[in-house]
Ligand binder design. Structure first.
Ligand code: ATP
Length: 381
């Protein structure tokens, strides 16, 4: 087993003479046994990164190392990595057993009885031993995905590479497989790079999340760090559903002035801003406190536009009192699902200072994030 290093890795495609920088100077150290999720919007370079690790795409600049070994020029079949794709790509004319054994038969000179043993062990691990003699056409989507995983497991690789492996499954099965896959990875202890554009998968499955945008690594940190301490506006807006609320703000002395409200800053917050005055004010919907009366200078009169009852919580879309209701003027708060709230209701929204984020408007860089409370709180007993 070994850790995996991406060292200033760049991939430039030539598209009819036009250079496309798909991955731009990305460096990540992935620990031995770590589960790293690569996440980002469509076209951000996730699959290209994974394909470079697999050896299916040449690296334009930089180095990929497995342990101490530079992988750049090692052909895919010699890399000891196993890839699982979104499409299961099972051979329809072969049984599950034959599908799982095929890669080993083709690319190694392993004796048949050892291959058989590995296939049976993997089938046991995945809870599918009774399916071994069936053809893929007789399997459900979830079972087919297990077989595709089994095919990767039997190779006993040093690294698993997974490209949206759960994307074809329905929501319930996807949630089940998420937990199963995470458990399996932990049991096997194999370094894993998992690509998805689904942020729930990124947050729930990973040890660390690497967030890409336009081929550039925006942040690589634990899910909680990315959530509470985003490096920049992109990460703050990408992670979290519903998204963080943003307001353009100008600092005038100790006051932030936005089109909708004025916000008094403490000395401590001002000191984190390094003199910047062109800012973006951010607050997560769940950090907005809704109440009935104005009590502090961080409280604002609002009107409820729409309520989305989700059961456990209400997603409340609000507009500042006196504003027209337009897409740009709405912001979101999350309220306990048992509390009743109606459209047109007047409410006061509080933006507690400990929960606010402030970003440099020009660079997007975070100047002030909320404290990571979870790290400091005692564990729940
Ligand atoms: P998705 O979530 O949609 O799969 P992705 O994040 O995996 O997207 P990539 O497939 O890595 O993104 O693509 C990154 C960029 O590189 C895109 O702009 C894409 O159009 C471009 N690209 C990918 N492969 C090639 C290629 N063979 N030739 C030219 N451009 C390519």
């Amino acid at each position: 087993m070994a850790g995996l290093t991406l060292d200033n890795v760049t991939k430039i495609f030539d598209d009819d003479g036009e250079e496309i920088v798909a991955v731009d100077d990305v460096s990540i150290d992935i620990d031995d046994g770590e589960f790293l999720v690569l996440v980002g919007p469509s076209g951000c370079g996730k699959s290209t990164t994974l394909r470079m690790i697999a050896g299916l795409e040449e690296i334009s600049e930089g180095e990929i190392r497995l342990g101490e070994t530079v992988m750049n020029d090692i052909p895919p079949t010699k890399r000891n990595v196993a890839m699982v794709f979104q499409s299961y790509a099972l051979y329809p004319h072969m049984t599950v057993r034959e599908n799982m054994a095929f890669g080993l038969e083709e690319s190694t000179d392993m004796p048949d009885d050892e291959i058989d043993m590995r296939v049976e062990e993997a089938a046991e691990l995945l809870g599918i031993p009774e399916l071994l003699e069936r053809p893929p056409s007789d399997l459900s989507g979830g079972q087919q995905q297990r077989v595709a995983l089994g095919r990767a497991i039997v190779r006993d690789p040093e690294v698993f590479l997974m490209d949206e492996p759960l994307a074809n499954l329905d929501a319930k099965l996807r949630a089940e497989m998420r937990t199963e896959l995470q458990q399996l990875q932990e049991d096997l202890g194999v370094t894993t790079v998992y690509v998805t554009h689904n942020q729930v998968e990124a947050m729930t499955m990973s040890d660390r999340v690497a967030i890409l945008n336009d081929g550039i690594l925006q942040q690589c940190a634990t899910p909680l760090e990315c959530y509470h301490q985003p490096n920049n506006l992109f990460v703050a807006g990408f992670i979290g559903e519903p998204s963080m609320n943003f307001f353009d703000a100008e600092r005038q002395g100790s006051t932030l002035v936005t089109d909708d409200f004025e916000y008094e800053l403490s000395e401590e917050t001002i000191s984190s801003l390094g003199g910047e005055t062109d800012l973006v004010f951010g607050i997560r919907p769940e950090d907005v406190t809704l109440k009935s009366a104005v009590e502090s200078n961080h409280d604002y009169r609002t009107v409820v536009d729409v309520v989305e009852p989700m059961g456990d919580e209400n997603v409340v879309h609000l507009v500042f009192e006196g504003n027209e209701v337009s897409e740009d003027d709405l912001f979101t708060a999350v309220l306990d699902g048992m509390k009743s709230v109606d459209a047109k209701q007047n409410l006061v929204a509080e933006f507690p200072e400990e929960a606010i984020h402030l970003f440099d408007r020009k660079s997007g860089e975070a100047l002030r994030n909320r404290e990571l409370e979870a790290a400091e709180s005692p564990p729940v007993r």
